[in-house]
Design a protein around this ligand. Structure first.
Ligand SMILES: [Zn+2]
Length: 108
């Protein structure tokens, strides 16, 4: 397990903090928690060659997102808009909620 693992979920807006796409922002489309890999909209694109399946269908190259390791991502806080680390805190009703380290607002 990673220490200081970013606590991210599907639908979060994240920023890439390393690699070719450094600084790019996107929404989390999918995540694989076991592998700590995340598909971010528009990030880490790879070109795929598509062969037309039916006659008359255009083939060619499409761009598709490939997984980004969770350690290369940082959450953009929806409240203050800053890339941030999040902490978890437990509410009175025993629910865990994420808190922005920058503005101290609840994120969930
Ligand atoms: Zn914030």
């Amino acid at each position: 397990m990673l220490r200081n693992k970013p606590r991210l979920k599907k639908g979060d807006i994240v920023i890439l903090i390393s690699g070719d796409d450094r600084g790019k922002k996107g929404k989390i489309l999918n995540m694989n928690k076991k592998k700590n890999s995340i598909i971010v909209e528009g990030a880490n694109l790879i070109k795929k060659h598509m062969r037309p399946r039916k006659q008359g269908e255009p083939g060619g190259i499409i761009e598709k997102e490939s997984p980004v390791h969770i350690s290369n991502l940082k959450l953009i806080c929806p409240k203050c808009g800053e890339p941030t680390r999040v902490q978890k805190t437990r509410l009175e009703n025993k629910k865990n909620i994420r808190v922005c380290n920058k503005c101290n607002e609840f994120i969930d």
